[in-house]
Design a protein around this ligand. Structure first.
Ligand code: ADP
Length: 437
């Protein structure tokens, strides 16, 4: 495109140049023309004798004047026997290309008018465009030859530049292709220049770090889960071995089988919670947004909670008014409340209290107890899977450390914020903050 534009600009410039020369010549000739009615009177000018009007060889300027009938009334001597064709009945000045003999010429045709503005003849001025023709011709050849050369040079240069630019990408591909589970800790080497490639490498490194953490968590989870499953299985196996060793009293069998049933229940609870976690984390679980009355939910669990509380003589204070409504998923909120309340009863002290409190202005629901509490150290970890605070691990209270991680995940799914406040040996309070209706 650049080449085409160059050619046309030069072409146009050379024609404008020639046309300006013709116009200058026309001015001179018109200054020496006169007319009488319809006839043209040509005054003798010193100009006529100039070589350019006489000779054909050096920058010739050809002149021809015809009257209205088309008869030539004057022509410069360099025209010899030639005569320009002229286009009659044209009132404007026109410029066009023509040829005289072998020569390419630029021709201007101008109407000659008398004092009444009537056309009485035509003046034709032609100048040779041989020079600009050969200049344009040369330019055309130069452009045509240099075009493929420029193209080839540009292709080679850009190929070299592209292959240089792509080299670091190849390096990255090579390192990235070699990363697997076994060497997930490998990171891509950051390029020196801080460009898009730097950003990309950095982003891939961050992604690798996240994958590494998630893989470690996965491994940890598998080993924790196996450990949790193995504990009751070992206990069951041990009890069964004791029973099979020799004949026992029926009472002994009764005791040991009750132990085994407890261990099986524990296993059952663990598997149920693992399935819940897997379901939540698989992304299949979607939180519904339902407007729910809190009272019926609490009411449906009341008997279960009271039974558990009565074992430790804990007083339950479920102060939930009948008209409190929240926006949440019914099944999820039941799981959350049951987990929090069961924990407060489990970790509550004998003859203690457990409160379920609704704050209408803040739209918060708190589960509060005056039990064993949680140390500041443990507080940041209790939502991790399989984590149990030292106090509970050493106590006889049964659990597997999955309840709160399920609660946390369910809150996240419903965008309910969950906070905990606790003081060791004084009690804990878990608070859910609901969004406005
Ligand atoms: P689990 O109760 O089965 O051990 P959770 O995930 O429900 O598992 O709780 C994790 C840990 O958090 C518990 O082991 C316990 O140490 C601590 N915890 C939870 N709730 C309370 C509470 N109300 N009071 C004191 N400690 C608690």
């Amino acid at each position: 495109m650049v080449f085409v534009v160059i050619y046309f600009v030069v072409n146009k410039t050379s024609f404008t140049h020639l046309d300006n020369d013709i116009l200058l010549e026309k001015e001179e000739v018109f200054n020496n023309l006169d007319w009488h009615r319809d006839s043209i009177i040509i005054n003798k000018m010193p100009e006529w004798d100039e070589a350019e009007h006489n000779k054909v060889e050096v920058n010739p300027t050809f002149l021809q004047i015809v009257d209205i009938t088309g008869k030539v009334v004057f022509h410069s001597s360099n025209l010899l026997k030639d005569q320009f064709l002229f286009n009659p009945n044209i009132e404007q000045e026109i410029f066009y290309n023509s040829e005289i003999g072998e020569q390419k010429i630029r021709l201007g045709q101008f109407p000659i008018k008398n004092e009444n503005e009537k056309i009485i003849g035509y003046l034709s001025i032609a100048i040779s465009q041989q020079e600009s023709y050969s200049m344009l011709n040369n330019l055309l050849w130069v452009l045509l030859i240099s075009f493929p050369i420029v193209l080839i040079v540009q292709f080679i240069a850009s190929s070299i530049a592209a292959s240089k630019a792509i080299q670091p990408v190849h390096r990255l591909i090579k390192i990235a292709a070699g990363i697997s589970d076994a060497n997930i800790e490998t990171r891509l080497v950051l390029p020196e220049r801080k460009d898009e490639l730097f950003e990309l490498t950095n982003t891939i490194n961050e992604l690798l770090a996240r994958i590494e953490i998630s893989m470690l968590q996965q491994k940890q989870f598998t080993s924790d889960a196996s450990h949790e499953i193995r504990t009751p299985l070992t206990a069951i196996r041990g009890t069964l071995e004791v029973l099979i060793r020799k004949q026992r009293e029926p009472k002994f069998y009764e005791e040991k089988i009750t132990d085994i049933i407890q261990q099986v229940d524990r296993l059952n609870k663990l598997l149920e919670q693992l399935l819940q976690l897997a379901h939540i984390e698989s992304g299949v679980a979607v939180a519904k947004k339902e407007t729910l009355l809190l009272f019926p939910i609490v009411d449906s669990f009341q008997t279960k909670w009271e039974e558990a509380a009565s074992e430790k003589k804990i007083a339950l204070h479920l102060n939930i008014a009948k008209d409190i409504a929240i926006v949440a998923d019914k099944l999820f909120i039941e799981l959350i409340l049951d987990n929090l309340m069961s924990n407060s009863i489990k970790y509550g002290k004998e003859n203690g209290n457990v409160f379920l409190l609704w704050n209408d202005s803040l739209r918060t629901l708190s589960v509060k107890d005056d039990g064993i509490g949680i140390s500041a150290n443990d507080l940041s970890n209790i939502f991790n899977r399989f984590y149990r605070a030292d106090e509970s691990r050493s106590s006889i209270i049964k659990g597997n450390g999955l309840g709160l991680s399920i609660v946390k995940k369910l809150c996240e799914l419903q965008k309910i914020s969950l906070t905990v406040e606790s003081t060791l040996h004084q009690g804990s309070s878990f608070t859910l903050k609901f969004n406005a209706k």
